[in-house]
Design a protein around this ligand. Structure first.
Ligand SMILES: O=P([O-])([O-])O[C@@H]1[C@@H](O)[C@H](O)[C@@H](O)[C@H](O)[C@@H]1O
Ligand SMILES: [Mg+2]
Ligand SMILES: [Mg+2]
Length: 284
């Protein structure tokens, strides 16, 4: 197992770095913007090109492995997580940032066996920060070990979250009531990098105490959730229950004390799960 995981880690780092070069080069091109689930859920040809590059390179080295890729799922591939070795890929996490040249854009590659993340790689390619973690092996940024913040007082914390791309009025109301509750605790501040993976790397780096969101997807959080765990943090559902990669809900924090104070303030809702999709009238 250790050899396989080291081979996976080495390959994920190498292909994430190559993908980062493609993204940086594309920043100087005209970026043709398309939309997916809403007018603000953006995708570009670079997202699609990078995902193809990653999957093709993994298939050559690990032909038996499975994939859940954001843009493959958008094109109709199922996002079912099995016990098989699976690469969970977000080719560009922060596409809206990429379109606007806002400087937080990441390639996120998680690797699971038996539905558990064993390797996580998040390459924040405009910052040139390679975040890596192996289960039980610690979390690192460009080779330097990461440790979550030791702050236990939520009032002295910065909390990260995102507004997402769902503009249904009832969802927007939930987002803002959670935000109002947390801001009024009070906390030192609320931030959002515009990418779940970078937000999770900020928790792992001790720069923010927690990140929560509802509506993001498994490819946004698979790699980053392991960064947080291996940096000494915790990951759970926004209601305090067990973390569930496919639920599209996450609360990642430096410790339980801060996490549970946030659970009390978050107005939860349940997005459609990543592994439950209507395809040609059937549910799977
Ligand atoms: O689409 P993308 O840039 O890969 O991923 C983004 C996520 O990282 C973010 O957490 C979410 O709020 C955005 O709506 C978007 O889904
Ligand atoms: Mg994403
Ligand atoms: Mg993406």
């Amino acid at each position: 197992m250790a050899d396989i995981l080291q081979n996976v880690m080495d390959h994920a780092v190498a292909v994430a770095r190559k993908a980062g070069e493609v993204v940086r080069e594309a920043l100087s091109d005209d970026r043709k913007v398309m939309t997916k689930s809403s007018a603000v859920d953006l995708v570009t040809q670079t997202d699609q090109k990078v995902e193809k590059l990653i999957i093709q390179s993994v298939k050559e080295k690990f032909p038996q492995h499975r994939f859940i890729g954001e843009e493959s799922v958008a094109a109709g591939e199922p996002s079912i997580l099995t016990d098989d070795p699976t690469w969970i890929i977000d080719p560009i996490d922060g596409t809206t940032n990429f379109v606007h040249a806002f400087p937080f854009v990441a390639i996120s590659i998680g690797f699971t066996i038996n539905k558990r993340v064993e390797v996580g790689v998040v390459y924040s390619c405009l910052e040139d920060k390679m975040f890596t973690a192996r289960r039980g092996g610690g979390a690192f940024c460009n080779g330097e070990p990461l440790q979550v913040s030791d702050q236990t007082d939520v009032h002295r914390s910065i909390i990260a979250t995102e507004f997402g791309s769902n503009r249904d009025p009832e969802v927007v109301d939930k987002i803002f009531s959670s935000l109002r509750n947390i801001l009024s605790l009070p906390v030192h501040g609320v931030r959002g990098a515009g990418t779940a993976a970078v937000n999770l790397s900020l928790v792992a780096s001790g720069c923010v105490e927690a990140y929560y969101e509802m509506g993001m997807h498994v490819w946004d959080i698979a790699a980053g959730s392991l960064l947080v765990l291996e940096a000494g943090g915790i990951v759970m559902d926004v209601d305090g229950g067990d973390a569930d990669l496919m639920s599209r809900r996450i609360l990642a924090a430096n410790n339980r004390s801060v996490a549970l104070r946030l659970v009390e303030q978050i107005a939860p809702y349940r997005p459609d799960r990543d592994d439950v999709k209507k395809i040609s009238g059937k549910w799977w």
